[in-house]
Design a binder for this molecule. Structure first.
Ligand SMILES: Cc1cc2nc3c(=O)[nH]c(=O)nc-3n(C[C@H](O)[C@H](O)[C@H](O)COP(=O)(O)O)c2cc1C
Length: 394
């Protein structure tokens, strides 16, 4: 694994240097970024010697000007340890005025696991701004490795002592035993061997959801369309093309693995092609042939069954939580509400992620996450939706 360690100015820099040795011993590649203050506590020679890599100490390094962007692209996980009150508060404000904060902010939305291990005097820890910043960062999906109570370097006793390095290591290496399956992308229903009825789903949402949970240590299976945007991070990938392939793959996955939750984001065709009529002749469709293009054609569609109603029946885990997606296309809030209620009232569905066609664009993709009629969490991004699911369903 590639680990990016960001270090800020605390006596705990000496302790955090032990993390580099531990990770190297365990076969990981470690790159270190150090603030100017961190370098008052530990030397570049030590950090470079332990990690075996050059240490980044400035945004403006000749020949490496874009490293504040590149380093986070090249790593699997990002750990800020020790994290000073100063840097924590800057990160919560979006300040990017040094190598640490710039690198950190440039690493957002990559869906990589990000951890903060604070180290500071008790009063600095208890300072309202510090607590507020940490809770904001946590809300944004960052894991806070809370400090422990004990003797502090300043001679006082209280909370603020950086978590022991073995515990930091355990916390970031642990893989959750929870299994999540995410369906994504859109089905194709073939008319013949070259033509199909499809939909506009890109699979982007499902890929983001899979990456979010992978980056948070969950075991993720992504069941996606062959032409879908794929998750960037390492998870189990299973592909489908048609409704019936999706149905078969879903059944087989649910029967062989005890999943805890399904996030059913795939855009599934309500219809399949039953037959086509050309020159008054009804022809049963076949993917081995190409129908002539010289005549008008009537396509007969028949209804596909609702997959969501079969999920729990197929599942090894009868307590599987089911998150369904509902896309509406209406300005009428009552019509929207009744479509959501209809789903929530079904026994097969536990939660509904709703959005309306008007709320989807390249830059905006917001959802309302419903647990019941009365419990709705507005989610402005896919990440917000993942956090809402994490809070309510996992
Ligand atoms: C001896 C000494 C120890 C310090 N220890 C801490 C600490 O544990 N936590 C902290 O938040 N600040 C600590 N500071 C203060 C920070 O180093 C200071 O706020 C600095 O501006 C942080 O910069 P940085 O966040 O860019 O690394 C310490 C300062 C000194 C001189």
């Amino acid at each position: 694994m590639n680990i990016l360690l960001l270090m800020t100015g605390s006596i705990a820099c000496a302790k955090a240097s032990g993390l580099i040795s531990l990770w190297k011993k365990n076969g990981h590649d470690v790159k270190v970024v150090a603030s100017n203050s961190a370098l008052e506590f530990v030397g570049i020679a030590t950090l470079e010697g332990l990690s075996g890599n050059p240490v980044m100490t400035s945004v403006f390094e000749t020949n490496n000007m874009m490293d504040h962007i590149n380093v986070s692209r090249q790593t699997d996980i990002i750990v800020l340890a020790p994290a000073t009150a100063n840097t924590i508060n800057k990160l919560a404000n979006g300040t990017a005025d040094d190598v640490i904060t710039t690198t950190w902010i440039a690493a957002q939305e990559l869906y990589k696991p990000m951890y903060i291990a604070p180290a500071m005097n008790t009063k600095m820890w208890e300072y309202p701004a510090t607590q507020k910043s940490l809770s904001l960062l946590n809300e944004w999906g960052i894991t806070i490795l809370s400090p422990q109570d004990g003797d502090l370097a300043c001679g006082e006793t209280g909370s603020g002592r950086m978590m022991e390095i073995e515990d930091i290591n355990k916390a970031i290496m642990v893989k959750s035993d929870k299994h999540i399956i995410v369906t994504a992308g859109g089905t194709r229903e073939f008319i013949d061997g070259v033509r199909y009825i499809g939909n506009l789903s890109t699979g982007k949402t499902g890929a983001h959801i899979a990456d979010f949970y992978t980056s948070h240590g969950y075991n993720v299976t992504w069941l996606g369309a062959i032409n879908s945007v794929q998750p960037k991070l390492l998870c189990k990938k299973v592909f489908y093309e048609t409704f019936s392939e999706l149905s078969d793959q879903l059944k087989s996955q649910l029967k062989k693995q005890k999943y805890d939750i399904i996030i059913h984001a795939a855009a599934i065709s309500d219809f399949k092609v039953q037959s086509v009529i050309i020159n008054d002749n009804e022809i049963t469709t076949n993917r081995d042939s190409k129908l002539p293009s010289s005549n008008n054609m009537t396509v007969n569609l028949s209804k596909n069954p609702k997959l969501v109603q079969k999920i729990r029946g197929w599942s090894l885990n009868k307590k599987l939580k089911v998150v369904a997606f509902k896309l509406t296309n209406t300005d009428d809030s009552l019509v929207r509400k009744s479509a959501i209620l209809k789903l929530l009232n079904q026994d097969d569905i536990d939660y509904v992620a709703h959005n309306d066609l008007s709320e989807i664009s390249d830059i905006k993709h917001s959802f309302n996450f419903y647990q019941s009629n009365d419990t709705m969490i507005p989610c402005h991004t896919t990440k917000d939706l993942c956090l809402a699911i994490l809070e309510k369903a996992l």
